[in-house]
Design a protein around this ligand. Structure first.
Ligand SMILES: Cc1ncc(COP(=O)(O)O)c(C=O)c1O
Length: 453
């Protein structure tokens, strides 16, 4: 008799095509099939428990199956599940917009909803482009992005993406963007200052010579996520913002990964008191429950679209599920919990706890660097610590380490040779301790063949 697991695994193999997954490899492995979640644990159909060590791809805040969030959805479901925002409004979408404006960096007064980080980025790009057009400024049509940037997988978002493995194959169908270096500083004396200078010099040079053809700069503020959890040195973001302002180029902050407390402030921009012209949020907006994203804009951007209909300045963009009431209701409930439980305020103490717990890992022979901002960590594995020689990609050291972590009871997904640790903000110290232990054990098992007690 086939078990439920075998039945589901067979259908999964026959009919599902998974994102960012080489299906040939995947189909040769035993699939993990999640059935339920509770707190920061996920349980598979075979009854095994796992810590959600990457917040289900960086979005979970309060844990899974949270009564308050479930209730918000149930309550809204009893009213209406979906109604459009095209030319009409709904209650939770209005209330959420007010709350978002209340917590966003100052000046971001308008909220345009969508349903994923990528669509939020598309909207920001199109808004920035049309902003100049509507103002009668011609020629400001290009974008500046940063090396190894990731902003999602739709064509516009990929056009401002700069990760060769993901993006190069599509290059012929993309619009070209200017790429400046993200300030990547391997920990050595003076590294941070050099990296900061390289970024700012590149931006300054570009703006001094080409600002009249550039609509906006898009940046992952304070931490570059998919590029390998790269942390910006202090002062970089604020200086970039000042340069954009000086040269009349819009600043788009992509807070999809960093938003809602992840870096220790509500938004990473807050860490440097930066107010972008456009800000994209997603992932944690609903506590990681439902697909809602938003692009926030200043009055100045909004006003460039506000005109008599005949002037044809309307922003002709929208998605069927824009402002979905269920999603907005759970987002409101998530924001309420964030406030009531002082979750954002609690991040720095948890981050220090994790830093302390992982401190000894820095000395392991194959740990090149531990990068951290708040509860966003990347542990880079290297073949040779002294020379920083990387592991060859065919060795799939990150994948093997993550699989070992899974065997030991924690889920995560690597970025190449970087092990990602992005736990739900609700994780307790005991849970963080247990996850840190699994991280250390799996890294040591795979890179050294030993074990940490
Ligand atoms: C900075 C950033 N922007 C955009 C996205 C895309 O978001 P989504 O996967 O919801 O489309 C991501 C996803 O990881 C991200 O990290």
């Amino acid at each position: 008799m086939t078990t439920d697991y075998e039945r589901l695994a067979a259908i999964n193999k026959d009919h599902l095509w998974h994102p960012f997954t080489q299906m040939k490899d995947y189909n040769n492995s035993d699939p993990l099939i999640i059935e339920r979640g509770e707190g920061i644990m996920l349980y598979d159909v075979q009854g095994r428990a796992y810590y959600d060590g990457f917040s289900s791809v960086w979005l979970n805040i309060h844990g899974h199956n949270v009564p308050e969030l479930n209730q918000a959805i149930t309550d809204q479901l009893g009213r209406v599940a979906h109604s459009t925002l095209l030319g009409m409004a709904n209650v939770p979408a209005i209330e959420l917009a007010e709350k978002l404006v209340g917590i966003a960096p100052k000046g971001l007064n308008k909220v345009f909803y969508s349903d994923s980080g990528a669509t939020g980025v598309e909207i920001a790009i199109k808004m920035a482009f049309q902003y100049w057009h509507n103002r009668g400024v011609r020629g400001k049509t290009k974008f500046i992005t940063m090396n190894q940037a990731y902003h999602g997988d739709t064509i516009g978002a990929v056009s401002v993406g700069a990760i060769p493995l993901y993006h190069d194959v599509f290059r012929p169908m993309l619009f070209p963007s200017h790429v400046i270096p993200y300030p990547y500083a391997y920990r050595h004396e003076g590294g941070e200052a050099e990296a900061l200078e390289a970024t700012l010099t590149a931006l300054r040079n570009l703006l001094e010579t080409r600002a009249d053809e550039i609509a906006a700069l898009i940046v992952e503020p304070m931490v570059q996520g998919a590029g390998g959890i790269i942390v910006m040195p202090p002062g970089c973001l604020s200086e970039m913002a000042a340069l954009c302002r000086k040269h009349g180029v819009l600043l788009i902050a992509d807070e999809v990964a960093t938003g809602f407390g992840r870096t220790g402030a509500m938004f990473a921009c807050d860490l440097e008191d930066v107010s972008p012209d456009l800000m994209v949020i997603g992932k944690g907006l609903t506590g990681g429950y439902l697909p809602v994203a938003a692009t926030l804009a200043t009055d100045e951007v909004y006003d460039a679209f506000y005109a008599d209909y005949e002037e044809q300045k309307t922003f002709f963009h929208g998605h069927s599920f824009t402002g979905n009431p269920l999603g907005c209701a759970v987002a409101l409930a998530s924001l309420k919990l964030l406030g009531e439980r002082s979750m954002v305020e609690g991040v720095n103490a948890k981050a220090s706890f994790v830093e302390h717990k992982l401190a000894a890992l820095k000395d392991r022979p194959h740990v090149g660097e531990i990068r951290q901002k708040g509860l966003m960590l990347g542990i880079e594995l290297v073949r040779n610590k002294a020379s920083r020689e990387p592991y060859d990609w065919v060795e799939r050291i990150g994948v093997r380490t993550s699989l070992r972590a899974r065997e030991l009871g924690m889920l995560t997904r690597p970025l190449g040779n970087v092990i990602v640790f992005i736990p739900p903000l609700a994780s307790t110290e005991a849970e963080l301790d247990a996850m840190a232990h699994i991280l250390a054990e799996s890294i040591r098992n795979v890179t050294e063949g030993g074990s940490v007690t």
